[in-house]
Design a protein around this ligand. Structure first.
Ligand SMILES: Cc1cc2nc3c(=O)[nH]c(=O)nc-3n(C[C@H](O)[C@H](O)[C@H](O)COP(=O)(O)OP(=O)(O)OC[C@H]3O[C@@H](n4cnc5c(N)ncnc54)[C@H](O)[C@@H]3O)c2cc1C
Length: 303
């Protein structure tokens, strides 16, 4: 079956009102830790036991009304406290569209600041994920204001595939912001984003160099061996010690590599998504790599 055909079926099942028609979580469990925080805790503990930190992501995006956005902030506030009380080595990653970016920028900022007050109090950290290009400017604007007020509690993400990143990275690195560098996960047109892997990799390396030079603790988020090997060589040749940066990977991918990193003295952090609204995240992971699709199809036919 064509991939798009498969997604059309998945999409229509997911939108179906009847709970009987919901896609089974078993499909997503390769990439999503669990549907609730309680079920996610043992998985975080086991990752932490291997010397690897976590950033926890409550799945969801594009909240359209203030009631839901307010509820989401409450959930995040509880989450920060629950992580703290459980003694987990975990920060959180959030999406501004879950906190009202589609509704009103000022309102979204107020929600973020409410969350950052508590983050600061608990000595924790919030990473603002980067979403599709419609949100890049809004996210950077809000991040810059947040960073001024809460410099130790908030960081942002930069996507190497976007052509505008050349300018953004200079500005953010100059501020000394805490940046996660990734390739970018959304489908963007060639007018604004590089499409070929060699170009994206070259951009990634150029931006990583800027982060190593100008920021105190870059976060390198990739599963790509070429980039990982390049980072190891670049840092060792430029006397950048292993404790001055961090490798990040997604839950369910390359677990052995992450354990190797930790064993060899590199900082390693796994992005752990959980929650019931896993479909868009799951779809992005399938689109990225055909091996992921074969894995999911095989789970569909297993008991
Ligand atoms: C921690 C983290 C946070 C992220 N946050 C964001 C975000 O906020 N916004 C956003 O747009 N995107 C985000 N992403 C996703 C990112 O932008 C990419 O879409 C995703 O990481 C795929 O690119 P890649 O460099 O990892 O490898 P790919 O480009 O998918 O693969 C390149 C090569 O890497 C190797 N490889 C990849 N996966 C595996 C595997 N499982 N096992 C063995 N080899 C493998 C293969 O050789 C492959 O050919 C994040 C990614 C990570 C890791």
């Amino acid at each position: 079956m064509e991939l798009n055909g498969l997604f059309t079926i998945f999409d229509s099942i997911q939108k179906e009102k009847s709970t009987d028609m919901k896609l089974p979580f078993a499909l997503a469990k390769r990439f999503v830790a669990a549907e609730s925080f309680e079920e996610t805790v043992p998985k975080i503990k086991s990752i932490n036991e291997n010397g690897i930190k976590v950033t926890l992501d409550l799945l969801g995006e594009n909240v359209a009304d203030k009631t839901t956005a307010d509820e989401t902030v409450e959930i995040y506030l509880n989450l920060l406290n629950n992580i703290h009380d459980a003694g987990l080595k975990s920060t959180i990653s959030i999406k501004l569209t879950m906190m009202g970016l589609d509704i009103n920028k000022e309102y979204c900022k107020e929600n973020l600041f409410r969350l950052l007050d508590e983050t600061q109090r608990l000595n924790s950290f919030v990473r603002i994920d980067m979403e599709g290009s419609d949100y890049t400017q809004g996210t950077i604007d809000i991040f810059k204001e947040a960073f001024q007020k809460y410099p130790k509690s908030v960081g942002v993400v930069i996507q190497a595939y976007l052509k505008r990143t050349k300018k953004d990275i200079d500005e953010l690195a100059e501020l000394g912001a805490d940046i996660r560098l990734c390739k970018g996960a959304y489908s963007e047109p060639s007018t604004i984003a590089y499409q070929s892997m060699p170009e994206i990799r070259e951009a990634f390396k150029e931006y990583a160099k800027i982060l190593f030079e100008k920021t105190s603790f870059p976060r390198i988020a990739t599963h790509d061996d070429e980039l990982i090997e390049w980072v190891k060589t670049y840092t060792s040749e430029n006397s950048i010690s292993k404790d001055r940066f961090e490798f990040q990977m997604l839950y369910g991918l390359r677990e052995d590599t992450m354990k190797e990193f930790a064993k060899n003295g590199y900082n390693a952090r796994v992005y752990v998504p959980y929650g019931t609204m896993w479909f868009p995240y799951f779809k992005r992971r399938l689109m990225e790599r055909k091996e992921n699709i074969f894995f999911v199809l095989s789970t569909m036919f297993k008991k």
